[in-house]
Design a protein. Structure first.
Length: 285
């Protein structure tokens, strides 16, 4: 059962955050289709740095800071907003949500489209996606130096790289994901902030072919290797409720939806956006 904490009298604004190797223009179709379905919707489409290049090579802390600046500088958001992140943008939205201070706009609802919320790992049993900017030597470099300052500062995605074969190294380095999960240093604000949204609407799909494992979009992840995947409820961070995931799920605030889509379809597929996504964005109920 879904539990709503409060009634929304006016449609809240929505903040969009683009994904890896894209800029905010990639979300123009998404913005337009949502605006067609919800005419009174205010849409803020945020950019990280210069967009494309910085979505790949900007340090994750700077990326979250860029998103935060986009949000706090818009007066339309002072009463709160719906967070909608696509792919890496969903992870950045999680970063904003958990690390924000009380004076910053609150997240009324969290919606993610195939986001690596529990991390990302590929290259052993599961092939990595094949983009020209990431030839084999870079994938090999990540595997050798993944938990070093060099790689963590070189690639935005390295900060949520979650190697199941090197879990101790992942914890020892204290990646950005470790902090959000409260796995290495407990921060009560990160947990209390996570309890803030009325719903977590998580879209994912076994047809994704980019996010590995695709269940990361639903807070699932590999166990001790990259062959077996634990569901959200089976993971230690859930069982221990380190950052509030168990709490919000038991309150009926986590909705996992199999979109059936490939990774790049989410932000351009008119039927999906209007029929599956828009009903979750409309909050003036």
């Amino acid at each position: 059962m879904i539990v709503l904490n409060y009634i929304i009298a006016v449609q809240p604004p929505i903040v969009l955050m683009h994904g890896f190797m894209t800029d905010k223009s990639d979300l123009n179709d998404l913005s337009a289709y949502l605006s067609e379905m919800i005419p009174d919707l205010y849409v803020l489409n945020c950019e990280v740095g210069n967009g494309y290049n910085d979505s790949i090579f900007m340090n994750i802390y700077s990326s979250v800071a860029e998103l935060t600046k986009c949000i706090v500088n818009d007066p339309h958001l002072k009463s709160g907003f719906i967070a909608l992140g696509y792919s890496q943008g969903g992870y950045l939205m999680r970063g904003y949500l958990q690390t924000k201070t009380p004076d910053m706009p609150r997240v009324l609802r969290f919606i993610s489209l195939s986001a690596p919320l529990a991390g990302y790992f590929c290259g052993v049993s599961n092939l990595c996606w094949n983009y020209p900017v990431f030839p084999d030597f870079i994938n090999n470099l990540i595997g050798d130096l993944e938990y070093t300052d060099f790689v963590q500062n070189l690639l935005t995605g390295a900060s949520y790289w979650n190697d199941p074969y090197k879990h101790n190294a992942y914890l020892a380095y204290k990646t950005h994901l470790c902090y959000l999960n409260n796995e290495v240093e407990f921060n009560s604000n990160y947990k209390s902030n996570f309890l803030e949204p009325d719903l977590y609407v998580l879209f994912g799909s076994p047809n994704d072919n980019i996010i590995v494992p695709w269940q990361s979009a639903w807070f699932g992840f590999f166990n001790s290797d990259d062959k077996t995947v634990q569901k959200m409820e089976e993971r230690e961070v859930y069982i221990q409720d380190t950052f509030g995931l168990k709490t919000v799920n038991e309150e009926g605030k986590v909705v996992r939806i199999d979109s059936g889509l490939g990774h790049f379809k989410y932000v351009h597929n008119e039927e999906f956006i209007k029929e599956q996504l828009a009903p979750w964005v409309k909050m003036n109920v």
